[in-house]
Design a protein around this ligand. Structure first.
Ligand code: NI
Length: 174
């Protein structure tokens, strides 16, 4: 197996760039998605955006399933989102804990839209898929799409007291 790409951490300039739209028919896309899937599974992440492995492209993997880092995550098939966009479906905002593979060791309670419509393309097709997500999945989608716009969850925090260490978070969780 080829070596996994390194996951960039906060401070790396690529994480602060606006990522470029992608042609779903680009023959290089399946390889990028394979590398992203390997990385997110290895790291026990819930999602990964291409800029996190140094590719400033609008590609996201959503990998929600229960694991040691997120024991209550919903189980769903791995999904690659090409050029994803979000429309909020209500004014409701929820606070919920998030972590990020690019910000190791801490988590925070981040305000996000509770219900969204997610639109994205799939590999090999110019068609658009539309799904309505709420709760945890809506949060993951908003977190990952923020990465495509050079934003990290810390930028969304309204009160620094909402930031905790990962060890403290798990201590409080159990
Ligand atoms: Ni992240």
């Amino acid at each position: 197996m080829s070596q996994l790409p390194a996951i960039l951490e906060i401070g790396h300039p690529t994480l602060r760039k606006t990522a470029q739209p992608v042609d779903p028919l680009d023959p290089a896309l399946p390889d990028l998605i394979d590398r992203m899937i390997n990385s997110v599974l290895e790291a026990n992440g819930m999602g990964l955006a291409a800029p996190q492995i140094g590719e400033s492209k609008r590609v996201v993997i959503v990998a929600s399933r229960p694991n040691a880092r997120y024991p209550h995550a919903p189980d769903m098939p791995l999904t690659a989102l090409i050029n994803p966009k979000i429309t909020p479906l209500s004014d409701e905002i929820e606070l919920g804990f998030e972590g990020c593979l690019s910000i190791p060791g801490i988590r925070g309670r981040v305000p996000r839209h509770a219900q969204i419509r997610l639109s994205y393309q799939q590999v090999g097709s110019n068609d658009w898929v539309h799904v309505d997500w709420s709760g945890f999945l809506a949060r993951v989608a908003q977190h990952e799409i923020d990465h495509l716009d050079g934003l990290l969850w810390l930028d969304r925090i309204e009160d620094n007291r909402e930031i905790v260490s990962e060890a403290q978070h798990f201590a409080a969780d159990t």
